[in-house]
Design a protein around this ligand. Structure first.
Ligand SMILES: Cc1cc2nc3c(=O)[nH]c(=O)nc-3n(C[C@H](O)[C@H](O)[C@H](O)COP(=O)(O)OP(=O)(O)OC[C@H]3O[C@@H](n4cnc5c(N)ncnc54)[C@H](O)[C@@H]3O)c2cc1C
Length: 457
């Protein structure tokens, strides 16, 4: 048994954990980063990055199918799944190598193995005791299922979906949230028949309802089938496929069932409760400064209740390192974290939905404006439709921006600054948006709300 001592010990090397480690080392702390699998975690190896590579390949498939529309002669001959896999794995490998280099260059000690919290200052890895003046818990999340719905065979989660070496002919996707609609979109572009089953009344149910409805229209146009407001009842499988039954009595057969019903916190049997960390249904409870109930122990990322997003993990990791350093970092409320759903068309939002703004301020105190991308030159050129919806408080700031359309995820940067800086449309209207860009659609919406519309009435 040996003991290693650090200023800060981080348990879990995903987005939250490695960001904490990087920032802590930058601030002059010694850091031990414990990881049982690969530094980079879900996002780099099984989440954000590989799925976006798949979505890009899917876009290439769609563009090549539609090439005649642009006067280009090309034929879509099919999807070479092995080729897509090589491309996807190549991206992940390059980013992984870069990350390992960065972690090493910052002087962070990486400890390989599964850790368990055994005291407020100590994580045990095998026989070794890794001791820190502060401990940051960052053990991430796993794909959840429903009670009684066993994963295996033709019933898969996003982990197996990524690794498939064929394009399924027909798939049922259980769950119309971010992960479900991303895979539905990829598979449709690759040529599969897709049906999404969602128990709530809309796809991407956490978005503004008008955006959900637009996505439903766009998916309908793409031939993606969905069943909304209906619950899953059960599934049977044999060597040829699955039969999914719904509570309304319908059945759907397919080759595979993807279960995309959310992610649970990876906290079981890690010693958290034993050391006195307050938990709720597996999540680690923290105050708004990410301190747990045990002094000196913090938590970041998907194990903390709220949005499960990589950039929230990055921000929380940076936050905790700075908090420990006494820099008094600024708390960012979950509602002001930008969200992007990367299907085709993309959905991007930040701040309050119209319904939440009405609840918070009253209907008479807010104004919304929906700018259609039909009026935006660049969107026309790339062949996308959609809209930018802005919610403002009357004589007050912009409190929400909600967008749908190809590539709108790239516009969320400006939107999140506006909402977080509590800018008024009148502050933004005099500033210039480059032409022709999709970004102009935000400019047009703010011009309108400031009472000086340019290309709209
Ligand atoms: C298919 C998919 C697509 C996604 N796409 C996006 C996206 O586009 N944008 C976005 O923002 N988010 C996306 N996410 C979510 C994002 O991946 C997570 O929010 C993010 O990875 C959370 O970071 P984390 O550090 O909390 O946890 P994780 O990334 O899960 O990292 C936790 C790490 O801890 C390690 N660990 C766990 N237990 C132990 C232990 N006992 N000892 C040692 N190590 C341990 C694990 O091996 C893992 O490496 C996606 C997720 C999925 C599944």
């Amino acid at each position: 048994m040996s003991e290693q001592n650090f200023d800060i010990v981080v348990l879990g090397g995903g987005s939250g954990g490695y960001a904490a480690a990087l920032r802590a080392s930058e601030l002059g702390f010694t850091v031990g980063l414990i990881e049982k699998d690969k530094v980079g975690g879900t996002c780099l190896h099984r989440g954000c990055i590989p799925t976006k590579a798949l979505l890009h390949a899917a876009e290439v498939a769609d563009v090549s199918r539609d090439s005649a529309k642009y006067g280009i002669n090309a034929t879509f001959e099919g999807v070479d799944v092995a080729g897509v896999t090589t491309y996807r794995e190549g991206i992940v490998a390059k980013k992984y190598k870069g990350l390992l280099g960065l972690v090493k260059a910052r002087g962070i000690t990486t400890i390989e193995g599964a850790g368990r919290l055994v005291s407020p200052t100590t994580v045990q890895v095998g026989e070794d005791m890794i001791v820190g003046k502060h401990v940051i818990l960052a053990t991430g999340s796993y794909s959840r299922s429903l009670p009684g719905l066993e994963i295996g065979g033709r019933v898969i989660t996003s982990e197996q979906a990524l690794e498939l070496d064929f394009v399924p002919k027909k798939v049922v996707v259980l769950g119309g949230g971010v992960i479900g609609v991303e895979f539905a979109s990829v598979w449709k572009s690759f040529g599969a028949d897709v049906t999404i089953v969602e128990a709530l009344p809309h796809l991407v149910p956490n978005e503004d309802e008008s955006i959900s409805k637009s996505l439903e229209r766009a998916f309908r146009r793409r031939g993606i089938d969905f069943r909304l407001g209906v619950r899953f009842a059960g599934v049977t499988q044999n060597e040829n496929g699955v039969i999914v039954s719904l509570e309304n009595g319908d059945t759907i057969d397919a080759e595979l069932l993807l279960v995309a019903v959310g992610r649970g916190p990876s906290t079981a049997n890690l010693g958290y409760e034993e050391v006195g960390v307050t938990m709720d249904r597996g999540f680690v409870i923290t105050n708004e400064r990410l301190a747990t109930s045990v002094p000196g122990v913090y938590a970041v990322g998907d194990i903390v209740p709220g949005l499960q997003l990589a950039h929230r993990g990055f921000q929380q990791g940076i936050f905790v390192a700075e908090e420990i350093a006494g820099l008094n970092p600024v708390v960012i409320a979950d509602v002001n974290i930008p969200k992007v759903t990367y299907c085709d068309p993309e959905v991007a939002s930040v701040g309050l939905s119209e319904a939440n703004a009405v609840e918070q301020y009253g209907a008479e105190s807010i104004t919304t404006y929906d700018y259609s991308l039909a009026g935006n030159g660049k969107s026309e050129i790339i062949g996308t439709s959609g809209s930018v919806k802005v919610v403002r408080v009357n004589d007050g700031p912009v409190v929400g921006v909600h967008m749908i359309g190809a590539r709108v995820g790239e516009l969320i940067g400006e939107a999140q600054l506006i909402v977080n800086w509590e800018a008024y449309p009148e502050d933004i209207a005099p500033l210039i948006h480059a032409h022709p860009t999709q970004n102009e659609s935000l400019g047009e919406a703010f011009l309108y709300l400031a009472g000086r519309p340019l290309h709209t009435l």
